[in-house]
Design a protein around this ligand. Sequence first.
Ligand SMILES: [Zn+2]
Length: 270
Amino acid sequence: MPELPEVEAVRRELEPVLVPARIVSVTLNRDGLRRPFPPDFAARLTRQTVTALDRRGKYILARLASGDTLLIHLGMSGSFRIERGDPGPAPQDKHDHVVFGLASGARLVFNDPRRFGVLDLLAPGAESAVLALGPEPLDDARFDGAALARACAGSRAPLKAVLLDQRVVAGLGNIYAVEALHVARLSPRRRAATIATRDGRPRELADRLAAAIKTVLSRAIARHERPYRASRFLVYDRAGAPCPRRGCRGTVRRLVQSGRSTFYCATCQR
Ligand SMILES: [Zn+2]
């Protein structure tokens, strides 16, 4: 499932094609994806100009001249493809659910085999209530150890569960939560409240974890900019491998927490 770095990579790929771009046609090959498309979806998009392409958490937000925002979530398997020239008689992929025709002649095709994606329209002002997202992790003014400590104070949940809560920090998913906990040398099973003082101020652990989140996400974004470099995770999906931390003789273990796989080294992550 795409997380913040993957969604940001898609945003950067689409930006030169879509900003600015005028939408001249919208073809819907089904009624909806994870949920139905709004009834006036195609009408509200047709003849609109995309003025900016933003990202919030795992969402891409295409700003339209009308003031509406086209909300995009890739779900488990959503992707975009840009096609140019005559479509010809070539058979369409059966998972091409939406095709946006652009005034440039290009077509933006949304393909989503598992259909957990979302394409929706947000009226002006609706965004914060609909998305209900916490701070962007790479926004240093809004996200740091203190913000993390406030969210964790008093929580009986395991630390990893709190990191996956999009209201605490936006855009982190299973993979980068696992990676950040490893970099911070914190166990995913540690009780979240232990990174804060009793009155909700950050302990050193909170600052370390916030910094680790920023590090793993920035590195992943940079890696997507240079796709020829082999991407490799430190501990994610590496059960049984030796711990990658220099000097640690531990082994990466797999554990299931709330139905999701967690990978960590019990020797250096406490
Ligand atoms: Zn280790």
